[in-house]
Design a protein around this ligand. Sequence first.
Ligand code: NAP
Ligand code: GCO
Length: 283
Amino acid sequence: MSDFLQKFALTGKVAWVTGASYGLGLAYAEAFAAVGAKIVFNDIKQELVDRGLAEYKKKGIDAYGKVCDVTNEDDVKAFVADVEKNVGPIDILVNNAGIIKRIPMTEMSVKEWDQVINVDLTGPFICSKAVLQGMIERRHGKIINACSMMSELGRETVSAYAAAKGGLKMLTRNICSEYGQYNIQCNAIGPGYIATPQTAPLRKRDEDGSMAPFDRFIRSKTPAQRWGHTEDLQGLAVFLASEASDFINGQVIYIDGGILAYLGQDPSNLDESKFAAEEEEEI
Ligand code: NAP
Ligand code: GCO
């Protein structure tokens, strides 16, 4: 590999991706492994961890996975200590674990609000805090947060999610501000609408096979006229985890097929026949 390409390699680096048994987290981890990283992941339940371990094995990746709730600081501290002992110091953290509750704000309970804020905002705070001290001592570290279109835009039913993802954008900038002096970079990936189980309810076709109104809406709002795929996110994840991005800090980079640049077209102009039952891929 040329010296230039070497800057994109993660050879021997330990990368911890939270909530990475499936979905986007698995895709980030798979990309890191392809360029030489050792993969560590956690998930909220043993059955998810088992599913993840089987999936990584199938892909030829020797991943280290354990149950750990990102909202529980004691759990997270114990997880990090275990990883440091059994795998090595953590060089890269991706705060990927996230949940969404699509409930109109006037009907949302404080409990439901807190659950979303806890996983999507407090979780990244707890996990980042748990790895930062080691990164400071080693004068090296990469933290990548999972932002969203909802870090910039609002929409009906996602008040807690938007508040958390908007907050995560500012946590990204703050980690950069506070720890950039130690050669620690904290950036975020802001995926657009990606075909994963989290978004499956939004794409579910009607019984007669016609496109869901939200699916139609998203395609009309997206210049690329399609949902994203997990592979669309992998290149940026590797870049932000690698030495090639060492002077990029505090940024949110959006991978959205152009949504944030576009006012959108009238959904009724969309030619539905072009999209017949494609992209039902889910991981
Ligand atoms: P996902 O499929 O729901 O995966 C997230 C994982 O995190 C799941 O395994 C989930 O477990 C786990 N998790 C939930 N709470 C946890 C906790 N307290 N501790 C540890 N793990 C926990 O999500 P995704 O679609 O892959 O998205 C990944 C991230 O990207 C999320 O932060 C999401 O908000 C963000 N994002 C997604 C999209 C998209 O279009 N899919 C777009 C923009 C941003 P359970 O399955 O039990 O919940
Ligand atoms: C929703 C979606 C979004 C996406 C994503 C967009 O209900 O609008 O679930 O929130 O998952 O975060 O970037």
